[in-house]
Design a protein around this ligand. Structure first.
Ligand SMILES: *[C@@H]1O[C@H](CO)[C@@H](O)[C@H](O)[C@H]1NC(C)=O
Ligand SMILES: *[C@@H]1O[C@H](CO)[C@@H](O)[C@H](O)[C@H]1NC(C)=O
Ligand SMILES: *[C@@H]1O[C@H](CO)[C@@H](O)[C@H](O)[C@H]1NC(C)=O
Ligand SMILES: *[C@@H]1O[C@H](CO)[C@@H](O)[C@H](O)[C@H]1NC(C)=O
Ligand SMILES: *[C@@H]1O[C@H](CO)[C@@H](O)[C@H](O)[C@H]1NC(C)=O
Ligand SMILES: *[C@@H]1O[C@H](CO)[C@@H](O)[C@H](O)[C@H]1NC(C)=O
Length: 535
């Protein structure tokens, strides 16, 4: 029977070559943190389902507006409702994010540590509700550690093999936990950090400080989660860092062509852009919108969290100004994210969207603009007349845009988006605009430069060619690596020995100390000896 599924899989994969594997039970563990987070989990779940594994996408409910959303087309979906009220309540406090110029250390302690602990406590109190997961005897669990409680929950389920998903490029805390070298000299810290790999002295200083913040925040997260689990589950509960470093693989949601190169270990596999749906047809009215414009069209979308009407007025005006001064281009503006978010959007109170008539009123005299709610983004990026994408720089968006060779102007909102924006600049495929510096002409200048200087387009096309022609599709990497770790025990095999070194040993501080101190002692002893012998 199991062989039969393997043969079936072989037929299904004729194009990619044949794999005979036994079907395994795989858990994709995915709290409802955000829509894009669930969508990414669903892509993994569908992929492994199609690779003939018995795959369950398990969604503990954090955000009630997402209670009916899963995004899975094939895999089984199990849910756990009513896990916590804390997430919906706390999410309101994120409302101010667009107003603040940047998220500082104190904010990170508040959002990244306190934010999660109340939920973790709520969750652990009802952890018996997960017994059916433990009883199902999964062979492998995939999870993401944005919610610091997750690794401990997965550990509680006694699943022998684990795979970590990094929903951005390699996150600082994952690098730290898996013992990758500490290299803030050229590896930009992931969060709230507008830097790429070439930094001035002060940028390196700021980068090192951001890295330090990440590690402190992460250390506190792990300590408090451990405390909760030792109190409620078992006093012997293992350290979270040890749970994470024992994963078999880390699947990283980025791409080695677009992303800047950095050092990592064999446990890391780059699989950015899995399951990108390349075959969605563009609805007729959208095709018409994007075909307008003598010189081309421009798509403007800041993602589901920040549709146009929640942007500060100053930024709206700057975009308005840019559109008005580019009459030969047609702009398509994404306003409220109706569509795929559906009715649930209104229930996210922080967006406070009733009806987006304000945007329509603002643009009532501007002919070269149309508004859309939801769009099949891949189909739009593939549109012949599209010349530029103005976006917030979310990782998935940026990868897709680069894949289709469209230049970008990025205004980051939070987390890794600053880094993505800088990266696009580093690759010569666009410009980044920081929201605290936006004035009336900012968007005009950036958009004008990227549209008129053909080098941006050439760089974007070059990256697109490399991404399209790179060996091994991300789907293939995921399926084959997962099969490999299912069949073989490699978690320990791929351990970096840095894991067993102390911080001092890892960074050669002891050796540097010796090098500095030894000559001093030698000189000192020599002088004493000489002066003594003279006497
Ligand atoms: C969640 O709990 C509330 C009150 O305890 C209950 O009314 C509601 O039906 C529950 N929802 C689900 C989906 O179980
Ligand atoms: C996990 O394994 C331990 C040790 O065998 C056992 O005591 C515990 O009940 C198991 N946990 C679950 C959720 O089944
Ligand atoms: C991690 O792996 C090591 C080596 O295989 C093992 O000794 C240790 O118990 C594991 N720790 C946890 C928390 O699973
Ligand atoms: C900003 O741009 C708009 C549109 O071009 C223009 O009407 C307005 O006067 C400008 N405001 C300032 C302060 O320059
Ligand atoms: C939401 O919008 C309504 C109507 O425009 C307004 O009365 C209310 O104060 C707003 N709430 C927040 C939290 O901004
Ligand atoms: C928004 O515009 C639509 C159509 O023009 C109208 O039906 C609706 O009442 C307007 N809503 C508000 C809040 O003004």
């Amino acid at each position: 029977m199991r062989r039969a599924t393997g043969v079936f899989y072989c037929l299904a994969l004729l194009l990619h070559g044949c794999l005979i594997v036994d079907a395994a039970k795989i858990l994709v563990y995915c709290p409802s943190i955000s829509k894009s987070h669930i969508l990414l989990c669903a892509k993994y779940a569908d992929l492994l389902h199609n690779a003939a594994h018995d795959t369950v996408l398990f969604i503990p409910s954090y955000s009630t507006p997402l209670d009916n959303f899963d995004g899975a087309k094939h895999a089984k979906v199990w849910r756990l409702h009513n896990v916590t009220d804390a997430y919906d309540q706390k999410f309101d406090s994120l409302a101010s994010v667009m107003e603040d110029s940047h998220i500082g250390f104190i904010d990170r302690l508040r959002y990244d540590v306190d934010f999660w602990m109340e939920m973790c406590e709520d969750y652990v109190r009802q952890i018996h509700r997960l017994q059916h997961l433990a009883d199902y005897k999964f062979d492998l669990a995939m999870f993401n550690d944005i919610d610091p409680c997750t690794p401990a929950i997965v550990r509680y389920l006694n699943i022998s093999k684990t795979v970590l998903l990094s929903s951005e490029a390699i996150m600082d805390k994952i690098a730290w936990d898996l013992g990758l070298p500490l290299l803030p000299s050229y590896v930009p810290s992931m969060e709230e950090n507008p830097n790429h790999d070439r930094m001035s002295f002060f940028e390196r200083m700021s980068n090192a400080y951001k890295y330090f913040q990440s590690i402190v925040v992460h250390y506190l997260q792990e300590r408090r989660v451990l405390h909760i689990f030792q109190e409620h589950i078992s006093p012997d509960f293992p350290a979270i860092r040890e749970i994470i470093r024992n994963v078999s693989l880390v699947l990283v949601n980025t791409d080695e062509i677009f992303d800047i190169s950095r050092a990592f270990s064999p446990k890391f596999v780059y699989v950015g852009m899995i399951g990108a749906d390349n075959n969605v047809a563009l609805p007729k009215h959208l095709d018409e919108y994007f075909s307008k414009g003598k010189l081309g069209s421009v798509f403007v979308s800041f993602g589901t969290v920040t549709p146009f009407q929640v942007l500060p007025h100053r930024i709206q005006l700057s975009i308005f100004n840019a559109i008005q001064k580019h009459p030969d281009y047609h702009f398509v503006l994404k306003t409220s994210s109706g569509g795929s978010f559906g009715k649930n959007l209104e229930s996210i109170s922080y967006l406070n969207i009733t009806d987006d008539n304000t945007t329509a009123q603002l643009f009532c005299d501007v002919p070269n603009v149309d508004f859309v709610n939801w769009v099949p983004q891949n189909a739009i990026l593939n549109h012949k007349n599209l010349k530029l994408f103005v976006s917030h720089g979310g990782m998935n968006s940026v990868l897709e845009t680069m894949y289709y060779g469209v230049p970008m102007v990025i205004m980051p909102v939070f987390t890794d988006q600053f880094r993505n924006g800088k990266n696009v600049e580093r690759r010569g495929a666009g410009r980044m605009v920081l929201r605290e510096t936006v004035g009336n002409e900012t968007f005009f200048d950036a958009i004008d430069e990227v549209l008129s200087d053909k080098r941006y387009q050439a760089s974007a096309k070059r990256i697109s060619q490399l991404m399209k022609n790179r060996p091994f599709k991300p789907e293939e990497r995921v399926a084959k690596w997962i099969n490999f770790v299912l069949e073989h025990d490699t978690a320990e095999h791929f351990h970096l020995e840095s894991n067993s070194l102390s911080f001092i040993e890892h960074n050669h501080f002891d050796i540097v100390f010796m090098f500095l101190v030894l000559p001093v002692i030698t000189i000192f002893v020599y002088r004493r000896f000489k002066s003594k012998s003279k006497q």
